[in-house]
Design a protein around this ligand. Structure first.
Ligand code: FES
Ligand code: FES
Length: 161
């Protein structure tokens, strides 16, 4: 066993993990962040995407011990404590960017990272930015529209600060 200290969605915690435990399994089974899901387990689909120190990563391709001393943001930390949706969730809702929703946790986290890195993306840049996240349901049109709308909302919020 190895001990890790990880801040997950703003809460710092110490846990014992097997050195071979994947970050996604640690998040789901030890931390209880079951909103982060496994789609493929082979780092292809992006369903397991979380932010590690602000960078989007596929948590099925990272070991829990690699998150030691670092900060993880998951989909469970997006909404406000009172249940109000994060602007990225609101945009996906309004643009029908989800159907079965399996890809959605990872797609949301990737979108947050994408817009932080590029606050005013073109549609092509959004498509390029989410290419590591697969959706079998929506045809991507609604997702791309949602990310563009979210970026616009984030810019407006930033301008109002
Ligand atoms: S479960 Fe990690 S990329 Fe598919
Ligand atoms: S909504 Fe079903 S895989 Fe994307």
């Amino acid at each position: 066993m190895a001990q890790v200290t990880v801040t997950v969605d703003g809460m710092k915690r110490d846990d014992d993990v097997e050195p071979r435990t994947l970050l996604v399994d640690y998040l789901r089974e030890t931390v209880g962040r079951t909103g982060t899901v496994v789609g493929c387990d082979t780092s292809n689909c992006g369903a397991c995407t979380v932010l590690l120190d602000g960078e989007s990563i596929k948590s099925c391709s990272v070991l829990a011990v690699q998150a030691d001393g670092r900060e993880v943001e998951t989909v469970a930390g997006l909404a406000e404590p009172d249940g109000s949706l994060h602007p990225v969730q609101q945009a996906f809702h309004e643009h029908h960017g989800l159907q079965c929703g399996y890809c959605t946790p990872g797609m949301l986290m990737r979108s947050v990272c994408l817009v932080r890195e590029n606050p005013d993306p073109t549609e092509d840049e959004v498509r390029e930015g989410i290419k590591g996240n697969m959706c079998r349901c929506t045809g991507y049109q609604g997702i791309v529209a949602a990310v563009m709308d979210y970026a616009a909302t984030a810019r407006t919020e930033e301008a109002g600060r």
